[in-house]
Design a protein around this ligand. Sequence first.
Ligand code: 9WN
Length: 460
Amino acid sequence: MLKAVLKVKPSPKEILEERGELAVQAEEVLRQNDMGGWTRAAPGLYPHQWSWDSAFIAIGLAHLDVRRAARELRTLFAHQWRTGKVPHIVFNPKTPPKSYYPGAEHWACAAASPDAPPAPPYTSCLTQPPVHAIAASRIWEAAGRESEEGLSSTRDFLHGIYPRLFAWHRYLLTYRDPEESGLVTIYHPWGSGTDNSPRWDAALAAVEVGELPPYPRYDLQHVTDSSQRPTNGYYDRYLWLVKLIKEAGCDERTIYRSHPFLVKDVLSSAILVAANEALLKIAEVIGAPDEDRELIAGWAERGRRGLDACWDADLKLCLDYDLRADKPLRVRTVAGFAPLIAGGQDPDRVEALLGVLDSPVFAEHPGSRWSLPPSTSPEELRFHPRSYWRGPTWPVINWLLWWSLLRAGNVERAERLRRVSLEPLASGGFGEYFDPYTGEPLGSTSQSWTAAVALDWLVG
Ligand code: 9WN
């Protein structure tokens, strides 16, 4: 089939040369997107600092310069809210007008909430998955391969960032989990990082959208065809939810009472479990008090129990939960592999998950160019191979799965995933996402986090 035709084996020398070249190109993308103390997510489409992008970027930067990697996270956390929230976007005040919508003026969080940073650079009011403690611990690991000086500056960094990471996780486990379920509640699909995934379709369909003023779609200028981005119908809903969040003064309790979109997100929750494990390691390095460590270990345990409750034994995947409709959101997407990402699962659960991952439902779909998981299973009616989170394969998600397999001790499967994950990048560059059938790079070009995970795969 197509796969066999495309798989002409390069020689070991060719592979080495190609890898070296790819690593140089990845470094170049990160250099071009470097804005000083932070990195824009992409040159055109995303000219600001995004929360989970920065965490992945720091993982890549750690191989180039541990101090710069640490600075990426420090800059982001300088904009943490009083509640501990790490905002999903920190807006660059120097970006030309008409670059990204909705921007800082539209969000106007500082005016809406006393908890927001009061001065520019302003932020959005949402969050994204908490990859940051994982990134901080990867920086520490990279520093271990460095000089004594690099190690000691990274130890200082960990001392500084630890209380901020702790406050961030505590925010997610309190404000975003008043039920103490161990699962993170999101108020907006943007909060999941997987914006137009069919994960959210049923919950969004129940949102009644009122009058909205006309708004621009600057994002469409940066893609080769509009099918790669969410439709106007989705954008109406996104902007309507933003309006409601602002009207609630970005106040979590008010949002919890009145907001029409309230969902337990299993991917964010699983990342939080893994991030709590990483935070425990950091706590050890800096000698944090025992009470902290007990609390963090308890958070990780609670998260695992929460994910357990979302397990669907028929689909053999984890499902998000719609708090408003009081029911699971039954769609097969990569988020379903959440227990693998959380780690610490019993072998039967891991085997069941790998069975689904390595089946035609995901990575072994007969039409796929590579054995990589599409963001949504091609067997879902709402699958679309070119549309953002509705089908394309995303390098950062593949990184999360690869890293999870390594942690689970499945080195051979992890290595296979690492090698295949590099193929779309070697053939199509540092695209944001890739058509699983044709391998075409889609969305933004020169996407920072794609370059960062490539560096980690190649150099790490
Ligand atoms: C909205 C920056 C971000 C990623 C998200 C991805 C996309 C933004 C958008 O780009 O979201 O936050 O405008 O589409 O979905 O995961 O962090 O790369």
